[in-house]
Write a protein that binds this ligand. Structure first.
Ligand code: FA5
Length: 346
């Protein structure tokens, strides 16, 4: 009987090797291990065998049954793997386009310096357990102002002159603080996130002001979060970006959505385009921040009696200016390839 069982196993192996479809493998399994399968039939005969024979054949047949089951699982996995590879091969994406462009003498793409810095900061915060959130460019009045403790008649609305849509209800968001409200509503404390993105203001442009620029919002909410946490995270952020301890200045700042509010300025040596060796030393307003106002926590569905938090809004374009000693913010948005190529990883 043992020889018969071994014979079944060896012919099973040969048949299995020749198969390439999952259904065929399952049929073979049924033909051997199914109710009327060849191995099952033999095992049924065991009941008529003598106790000594049963003692000998029992363990062998069990071992072979296990081997068959294992072989079948391996084969099914291998077939699935082959099918995936076949699909990948068929739907192959040609990532070599950039090189082909270069072969054709055309310019390939690269990341804008603002985007590069945004990704770098996202990585710093991801490593500290923050999430990265997104928010819409077209906002409603509620998320851009009201929920942030800026009611309709509040003079702080004038600080951020806005592009309104014809319905007078929607606008291009003036800051990424809108992400605070959306982020809070979808989470339960404790939580921490950053929200980068483009913002828009109806501004007269100059060397440090643009109409469309980039901010990165940050927020942390939990029990007993205080100004010490805020300062720690701001310093960690600046050190990661500038790779050294930066000279910073914290002064009181007013934003209706934080209390207390601060302006964090950074020591900046402004380059003089007329005289390459000259540097005007000064402070650049970079990072407004503060402890989240209780009304804002409430608007986000967070109990201000139990939880507190900090928030900040970093000007990304200004950060690029400081990092690369760029004298005019407008250079960043002009799309001049001679300028952009200096930063892109072509
Ligand atoms: C705000 O937009 C607040 N939402 C920031 C905030 C968030 C405060 C959370 C407190 C808590 P402000 O208008 O100062 O603040 O803009 C933030 C940063 O964006 C500025 O520090 C500056 O770096 C940058 N910024 C502001 N206006 C311009 C502009 N026109 N062009 C380029 N960068 C700008």
């Amino acid at each position: 009987m043992i020889e018969k069982i071994e014979e079944i196993y060896s012919s099973f192996k040969n048949e299995l090797n020749a198969l390439s479809k999952q259904a065929e493998v399952l049929n073979l399994k049924a033909a051997i291990l199914g109710k009327k399968g060849s191995l099952s039939e033999i095992l049924k005969g065991l009941k008529d065998a003598s106790p000594e024979e049963r003692q000998k054949i029992g363990p062998v047949s069990n071992e072979i049954k296990k081997s068959i089951e294992r072989d079948i699982i391996d084969k099914l996995k291998a077939i699935e793997f082959d099918e995936i590879n076949e699909k990948l091969e068929k739907n192959r994406t040609d990532f070599s386009l950039r090189d082909s462009l270069r072969e054709l003498g055309l310019q390939g793409g690269g990341l804008h310096p603002t985007h590069q810095i945004q990704r770098e900061i996202e990585d710093v915060f991801l490593s500290m357990g923050f999430e990265v959130l997104d928010g819409p460019h077209i906002e409603d009045e509620y998320h851009n102002f009201e929920a942030l403790n800026i009611p309709e008649t509040h003079p702080a609305r004038d600080m951020q002159d806005t592009f309104w849509f014809a319905d007078k209800k929607h606008l291009l968001r003036t800051h990424t603080s809108t992400i605070q409200i959306r982020g809070m509503k979808e989470r339960k404390p404790p939580f921490a996130f950053v929200g980068p993105g483009k913002v828009f203001r109806s501004e007269r442009t100059d060397t440090t002001h643009e109409m469309a620029f980039h901010q990165l919002e940050g927020m942390m909410v939990g029990e007993k979060i205080n100004t010490g946490h805020l300062i720690y995270f701001m310093k960690t952020l600046l050190k990661a970006i500038f790779k050294k301890d930066m000279e910073v200045r914290l002064r009181p700042g007013y934003f209706p959505f934080v209390e207390p509010g601060f302006e964090l300025d950074i020591r900046w040596k402004k380059p003089d385009p007329k005289d390459e060796s000259a540097r005007h030393s000064g402070w650049l307003e970079l990072l407004p921040c503060g402890m989240v106002h209780p009304n804002v926590l409430k608007a986000g569905g967070v109990d201000p009696e139990k939880y507190s938090g900090f928030a900040f809004g970093l000007g990304l374009d200004r950060l690029v200016m400081v990092n690369y000693a760029i004298e005019d913010i407008r250079l960043l948005h002009r799309g001049d390839l001679r300028f952009n190529k200096q930063f892109a990883s072509f």
